[in-house]
Design a protein around this ligand. Structure first.
Ligand code: ATP
Length: 777
């Protein structure tokens, strides 16, 4: 038996059956030390592409490879140790399939770390994909289960449209859609400016139907911008428009997750996110000048500590404590230290809110995003608008216009299609034309025409290329000259800022964004400051399994729990009367909230109500000097009910009470804009909404009212049943949001016998009783 042994390390063992000659069995045992290399930058390539690349691009035999594990855009490949150097040398920078890859050896000490990164990437991609599929499923289900007409009645579809070409602009190729019948108004619809829509002719489920963004809407027309040239069927009749799912955000989340393995991601930030490293010790920052002199102690402390931190800092801002105000000071201080700042939030509204603050402070900020999704008054600050003033952009437009006019001219000549081309190359056609010759049965005249077409085409291509380059230059100029770039988390994944790096990223409303969503801007950042409140509602996740498995746990919350010292609590609130504040402060913020003196004792009394107009029996209840009221319906027999096919709840008697209270206040000359009615359930909101008809009165779900405030808030808790079920009222973050929206008066309507079974609700009722605000009806 011949035995060869290399005993450098005992990792892989090959048994090679050797010299099998009749019964003379010889076993050659070869022990090979195996190393791992990382192949980073693959796109859709798989194991066979990697094996193929080793065979094709290197001088190695692929049999030197062991196990290959592909994850997203990287792969970990086992290789015989003595081949590692050659593999890295020869494959690094070359191609695997159609991707250029970086190849590096994985050091033994890095192996554990890489496993953690790999697990994180696989896990987060899985959750994002679950959620993406859920959204698609919901959309498809609705299209399958409802007729076009039914969807139109629900405001999700518009039927019988016909498109008109409205040319090309920065927003893309524009098509204006109107009803087939001239002059017919559009039906009432949810589809509005900035929505993504899908257009179809016969089958709204075809996956090649074009999608675009609504850029303008009137009573008679909707104009949509398409990124790609739209198909001509849109200019026919009976086109259908459906509200669609925005898939690009999911793609960007996955791209950001996959980037965590490569050099594109700051490794300290990555390791903290993944949980294998702790945030670093802070430096020391002296702040000589405050941009906002009114900042209170806890806000100043948070600003200083945010500037001092090396990697992550969290500003925990309970309701009305000035999270955004504090974040603005951080940004201004950072700019004054010569830093470049990226500011994001999950929603366009939140980005516009912080941009508005910044512009009022005179900060040089630009908004990146589709102008249709930006508040009209801020549109002049969008990138699209700012580049228009630059010569580069003007030149780019000129080149584009010229290209289009050449395209028109081109139509006069014969297109070198298969029929006339007959296998001839462009060069050959041009040569023949110069020599005034025909060929392959094509006349010299046709050859000349085709040559002209080809030359024009070359000119057009050059013009488009020039136009794109000039436009890119203009974009770069605006972005480089701005101190701050504001955009949504999702749009931080746009190619416009792909190459940019920022010293500091500020994410506002960070507890409303999923972790994968925050990763998109973090790929550009060296340090991250997040403002949010994890005691309020988390981001909405539709897939119940993804929710259960952690997609609602935000990065803010994860870091706040794991590294509490990275977090500063803002303690002074500028919204609620002290009596309204006390209960949520005790329950959710360890009693740390303090009312600013300007709000501590404010009540409805300051608003000059005409109380004599309020019905006598209700005067005590609506008493302006009493800030918190609980109206108990337990003696009233006011049960909840469930609509057919609905998972939501409604409570007609509570709806009636909410209506009466609100109308009494309106009678007493409270401005409608100062009141809101909120309820945890959609169906209850809908029921109340149908009972009241005031233009400026807001009736919203609790979730939809997060981040907002009113002088008076009426809450209808809705649940009332024999089994004392309170459903998703059990999520106390929802209770926290409900109780912290009002400035001067909070009226809670609910059935104490159902609610009291939950200890927190019981304490709430007892607290209001103690404040003399409890009434049984
Ligand atoms: N130091 C301060 N002095 C005076 N007013 C302040 C101060 N800080 C914040 N405010 C005021 O408090 C209000 C809430 O501030 P801001 O919008 O920054 O809070 P927020 O925490 O982001 O709000 P929300 O809880 O609604 O998300 C604003 O009207 C703001 O001007």
């Amino acid at each position: 038996m011949g035995l060869d042994v290399w005993l450098k390390g005992l990792i892989a063992v090959y048994f090679v059956l050797d010299n099998i000659k009749n019964s003379d069995l010889s076993i050659k045992l070869k022990v090979v030390f195996i190393k791992e290399v990382m192949v980073d930058g693959i796109d859709n390539e798989g194991i066979s592409d990697i094996v193929g690349a080793v065979g094709g691009e290197t001088s190695l035999d692929p049999s030197c490879l062991g196990e290959i594990e592909v994850n997203g855009n990287f792969a970990v490949v086992e290789v015989e140790e003595n081949k590692v150097e050659r593999l890295v040398d020869e494959l690094d920078g070359s191609k695997v399939g159609s991707s250029n890859v970086n190849v590096s050896q994985i050091q033994d000490s890095d192996r554990k770390k890489i496993r953690s990164i790999r697990n994180y990437i696989v896990e987060k991609n899985r959750l994002v994909e679950m959620e993406r599929k859920e959204e698609m499923r919901e959309h498809e289900k609705s299209i399958r289960n409802l007729s076009g007409k039914e969807r139109q009645n629900k405001g999700k579809t518009i039927l019988h449209l016909s498109g008109k070409d409205r040319g090309e602009s920065l927003e893309g190729y524009k098509v204006k859609f109107m009803r087939n019948r001239k002059g017919e108004k559009l039906p009432e619809t949810e589809i509005s400016v900035s929505d993504l829509v899908m257009l179809s002719k016969k089958d709204p489920l075809r996956d090649d139907n074009p999608t675009g963004t609504v850029i303008q809407k009137t009573n008679y027309s909707i104009t949509v911008a398409f990124k790609e040239k739209p198909p001509s069927f849109l200019y026919g009749k009976n086109i259908r428009m459906d509200l669609y799912v925005n898939d690009i955000t999911y793609q960007r989340m996955k791209d950001a997750i996959n980037k965590m393995i490569g050099s594109d991601f700051n490794s300290d930030l990555r390791d903290i996110i993944i949980g294998i490293q702790s945030p670093k010790e802070r430096g020391k920052t002296d702040i000589e000048k405050w941009f906002n002199e009114e900042l209170n102690y806890s806000q100043r402390k948070a600003v200083a500590r945010a500037l001092e931190s090396e990697d992550f800092h969290l500003i925990h801002g309970p309701p009305g404590t000035g999270k955004t105000t504090t974040a603005i000071e951080v940004i201004e201080q950072a700019i004054s230290r010569g830093k470049k700042v990226l500011v994001t939030a999950d929603s366009n509204i939140a980005v516009d809110n912080i941009l508005d603050f910044l512009l009022n402070e005179g900060v040089n900020a630009v908004r990146v995003g589709h102008p249709a999704r930006v508040t009209p008054k801020l549109r002049k600050n969008t990138l699209d608008s700012l580049i228009r003033d630059l010569n580069e952009y003007k030149e780019s437009q000129k080149a584009r216009e010229k290209a289009f006019s050449l395209k028109e001219k081109q139509e006069n000549y014969t297109h070198p299609s298969g029929r006339y081309r007959r296998g001839m190359s462009d060069k050959k056609i041009k040569n023949l034309a110069e020599e005034n010759k025909g060929s392959r049965g094509v006349s010299p005249k046709k050859i000349k025409e085709m040559a002209k077409w080809i030359k024009l085409n070359e000119e057009i291509d050059k013009l488009f290329e020039k136009s794109d380059k000039l436009r890119d230059k203009a974009v770069k100029k605006v972005l480089e000259n701005s101190d701050v770039i504001c955009t949504t988390n999702s749009t931080a994944g746009t190619e416009l800022i792909e190459q940019m790096d920022f010293d500091i990223l500020v994410i506002d409303e960070a507890t409303q964004a999923t972790e994968p969503s925050c990763l998109i801007p973090i790929t550009h950042a060296n340090k991250v400051i997040m403002a949010g409140d994890h005691k309020q509602l988390p981001p909405t996740v539709k897939n119940p399994k993804a929710k259960k498995e952690g997609l609602t746990e935000t990065l803010f919350e994860k870091l706040a729990c794991k590294h509490p010292y990275t977090k500063d609590l803002l303690e002074t609130q500028y919204r609620m009367n002290e009596e309204i504040m006390k209960f949520p402060s005790k329950e959710f913020y360890n009693g740390k909230l303090k009312p600013h003196p300007s709000v501590k004792n404010h009540t409805l009394k300051d608003l000059d109500l005409e109380l004599e107009r309020i019905e006598k029996t209700l005067r005590k209840l609506l008493n302006p000097e009493n800030p918190t009221i609980f109206l108990d319906t337990s003696n009233l027999n006011a049960p909840e009910r469930t609509r057919k096919d609905s998972t939501s709840k409604e409570n007609p008697k509570e709806a009636k009470i909410a209506k009466n209270i609100t109308e009494e206040y309106i009678k007493a000359k409270i401005n409608q804009e100062n009141i809101a009615i909120i309820a945890p359930y959609d169906d209850q909101v809908d029921l109340i909404d149908r009972k009241l008809n005031y233009d400026d009165l807001e009736i919203k779900t609790v979730d939809g009212f997060q981040g907002r405030e009113k002088e008076i808030i009426v809450i209808s808790l809705t649940r009332s049943n024999e089994s004392n079920e309170i459903g998703f009222l059990k999520d106390l973050r929802r209770l926290n949001v409900s109780l912290t929206r009002s400035k001067r008066k909070l009226i809670v309507i609910g059935d104490s016998s159902t609610l009291r079974k939950n200890r927190t609700y019981k304490r709430l009722i007892d607290y209001i009783k103690n404040q003399n605000g409890y009434y049984r009806i």
